[in-house]
Design a protein around this ligand. Structure first.
Ligand code: SF4
Ligand code: SF4
Length: 430
């Protein structure tokens, strides 16, 4: 047994892998095979044990209970009413308990929204962009697009003033439409919190993190970098302080010298686990595989499982297996080799364990270096990072004057040899 963590995060899956959609890239649907014959519903005694252990074993002022799937709303509202009842029963004086849920939005109606609002749930709503982009992969069991229902869920949550984030998976089909997606979220859905997750889907029969081939639904490293950079360039010129993009917030934390809130950019793993509908606790949501099963919380306490040597090794491996190429990388402090699930390619000198998305991350982190330094410095001076919007306004004006007359397809007057639109012209918002 090793050191006991002060805090940890668990994604609980009350319906296991069961979902009312059939998204073509979903990595979790195949997990159903891990529990043949199961009803895939978290039982009441497990729910109580889970809430009790989550609250009792953490020594932080705020405990977060996070529901995920599959699709957690399939449990029905009464399950979540009961979880709130149990939270109140076990709540420690001086602590607060917050609840989050990731949902596809299909079942969300006024009643759900009233419940979310009343109990301060933070909801993550999965949406992949505009109708055509979303409906390409996010389909129901009959193969029909789900966009209209998801947008309806967003509007309902707005009506009831429920806090929600939009969560977008970036894949081969939508990756080349960054501004279309971002502007739709910002201007049409009026969203102020946005998360992007790259789809890197291994092409194998097991559904586990094995092999080094990816499906053609996966985003490429270059697309991923370009997606982030393009949205960043728009965000930094007009939306800082108004729209929160989780990836940009995480980067700013790294430049400021704090730990980013996203585990993928942390130095080590190990504190973001996943629990199945029957109480089986796994090292991470992306490693719900027999090899990473720590045990069942009805048989052994969650704290014992999390502080086990197996989980400590899982956490430390993220740092210990970093290739030399990453160790020497200029942006390692912000990237840390990203998530180990994506580390299956070789470095240029043949060392295994490089992240499949490396090229994209490197491009993105190098691109944001100057503005991140600017914003981190503002934070240190107790000033608003959003001052950068004004900085860019003046800078863009200066560049416009400097490059007056240059057409988008001309060679850039700076002498880079690139077209103006791919060089200094790129920085002007379209
Ligand atoms: S394996 Fe990836 S998702 Fe899991 S804890 Fe580590 S960085 Fe986070
Ligand atoms: S950008 Fe690439 S080389 Fe640098 S730390 Fe990330 S994965 Fe490693």
């Amino acid at each position: 047994m090793t050191a006991v963590p002060q805090y940890f995060h668990v994604l609980a899956k009350p319906t296991g892998a069961i979902c009312n959609l059939d998204c073509k890239y979903c990595f979790f649907l195949s997990k159903e095979m891990l529990y043949p014959g199961s009803r895939f519903r978290m039982a009441d005694d497990l729910l109580e044990e889970y809430i009790k252990q989550m609250i009792e074993s953490q020594h932080v002022p705020e405990v977060t209970i996070s529901w995920q799937g599959g699709e957690p709303t399939l449990m029905g509202l009464d399950f979540f009413r009961r979880s709130i009842e149990l939270e109140k029963k076990y709540q420690k004086p001086g602590t607060t308990i917050s609840n989050t849920m990731q949902t596809n939005g299909i079942l969300i109606n006024d009643e759900w929204c009233e419940f979310f609002k009343q109990n301060n749930f933070l909801i993550g709503l999965s949406i992949d962009g505009t109708k055509e982009l979303h409906d390409f992969y996010r389909v129901d069991k009959g193969g029909h697009g789900t966009f209209d229902k998801v947008v309806n869920a967003a509007r309902l949550m707005q009506k009831h003033e429920v806090d929600f984030n939009l969560l977008t998976t970036v894949h081969a089909h939508n990756a080349d439409h960054p501004l279309e997606i971002y502007r739709f979220f910002r201007d049409e859905l009026k969203s102020r919190h946005i998360q992007f997750i790259p789809i890197v889907e291994r092409d194998n029969a097991t559904g586990f993190q094995e092999g080094n081939k990816v499906t053609d639904r996966s985003v490429s490293a270059q697309q991923w970098g370009n997606f982030l950079i393009t949205i960043f360039d728009e965000w930094v010129r007009r939306d800082v302080g108004e729209v929160y993009v989780q990836m940009f917030d995480a980067a700013l934390a790294s430049w400021y010298g704090e730990n980013p809130a996203m585990c993928i950019f942390g130095e080590k793993c190990g504190k973001a686990l996943a629990m199945e509908h029957n109480g089986d606790l796994y090292s991470c949501d992306h490693f719900v595989e027999p090899k990473y099963l720590l045990g069942n919380i009805m048989e052994k306490s969650m704290l014992d499982l999390i502080s086990s040597e197996k989980q400590m090794n899982f956490g430390n491996d993220k740092l210990d297996t970093l290739p030399k190429y990453c160790l020497e990388c200029k942006v390692r402090f912000a990237c840390h080799g990203e998530c180990p699930k994506n580390r299956f390619i070789e470095t240029p000198d043949g060392e295994p364990g490089l992240n499949y998305l490396c090229e994209g991350y490197k491009a993105f982190f190098m691109h944001v270096d100057m503005p991140m330094k600017f914003m981190a410095q503002k934070l240190r001076m107790n000033q608003a990072p959003s001052d950068i919007v004004q900085f860019y306004r003046e800078e863009d004006k200066r560049i416009r004057e400097l490059f007056a007359g240059a057409e988008r397809n001309d060679l850039c007057p700076c002498g880079s040899g690139k077209k103006f639109k791919h060089c200094h012209g790129k920085s002007f918002a379209e």
